[in-house]
Design a protein around this ligand. Sequence first.
Ligand code: HEM
Length: 405
Amino acid sequence: MTAADLTDIDLQSDAFRQDPYTAYARMRAAGRLVQVNVAGQPQWMATRHADIAAALKDARFGTESELPSAQWLQAVPEPIRVLHEMQRRWMLFLNPPTHTRLRGLAHQAFTPRMVQALEGQIEQRAHELLDRALAQPVFDLVHDFAHPLPVDVIAQILGVPIADREAFARWSVQLGATLDPIAPDEVYLRGGEAAMGFSAYMRQLIAQRRGEPGSDLLSALIAAEQAGDHLDEEEMIATCVLLLLAGHETTQNLIGNGVHALLRHPEQLLRLRQEPQLIKSAVEEMLRYDSPVQCVPRLLREDMAVGGVDLPRNSRVWMLIGSAHRDEEAYPNASVLDIGRDRSHLAFGAGIHFCLGALLARTEAQIALRVLLERAPNLRLAGGADPRVRPMVTLRGLQSLPVAP
Ligand code: HEM
């Protein structure tokens, strides 16, 4: 069987970005595996919930980052080499046993006990941000609330000074853009420069912490390195950068996309105000309805059939989480926002790469939403036109969301 050719759809087009869900419906109708374009290059996409849920738990679908040849690395500009050196140490792109070792070391900061201990601080920070935002007649929910809240939380977990937030937020955006299936050279170059800036910054911080350890994750990783736990400084830097990046871009998008969805469905917003005990299930529905991570890549580790199509080893297949979440086979009335739905989803992935920060993200979003609704009883959209979506394929989030309190 061959895959349906839908290469008239380009995931990097403006039309797709503003409304991916119509295109996903077409893809699902066309087949379990389809070919679409990303920046003019054909890519395999798995479209259905059942296939994606199974693939994410199947060891034959690897996440090994393509290791470029030494020759290639010597030929590319230095920032791109540094970017590759960093990304090939991200647990996200590694298979066991290296994946298991790095994940095990970082896991200590994200246990239920650790996350629970942060709840009070998250709530206090949410209030502080809203004190400032709500003093204005219109504020940008993304810039003034959804962005700084998770950045401050992850910076605190790691032990990175919050005063440097602007710098690592900028680096994170540049690095986040390199997660896209195909990006222009310019994106990789800027991502590489961010990797260089981030590395130099973390190296300096590590040197400082070696002399004065704290109770943060960075100090714990240094202790692990010193105890001979097979963690070198490059891995430590890569892990911290991954956590900073993963820890805020996605949570920012969850809060931004989620509040946007509620404001566009006033009956759901009203229901949440009347039944605040639905907050947990509302956040789960936001994760399903407009997922912060729309797709994740997998590399086939052997020749095999995917969605009924035979593909050779090393083929790259994108798992369209955003499409899986609108699959009627998995979710009746999938395109309807229903904060009482309370169904499991794939927004945090599945299998060995299941999101390390899922509990933290859920906790942050629940607190953010609860405090926002309490503090802004008349919250409404203020922008007029539809808010612009950020120009990325893998991560989905709004550039800004003007609201009136
Ligand atoms: C992995 C989504 C928040 C850290 C993942 C994956 C997804 C995801 C889909 C799996 C990627 C794959 O299978 O290729 C999200 C979403 C979030 C969120 C939607 C917020 C709403 C966070 C936070 C942190 C974090 C707050 C940490 C501070 C990670 C890490 C991995 C990961 C380290 C890699 C795990 C591994 O490879 O074993 N996330 N994430 N994420 N996430 Fe998250």
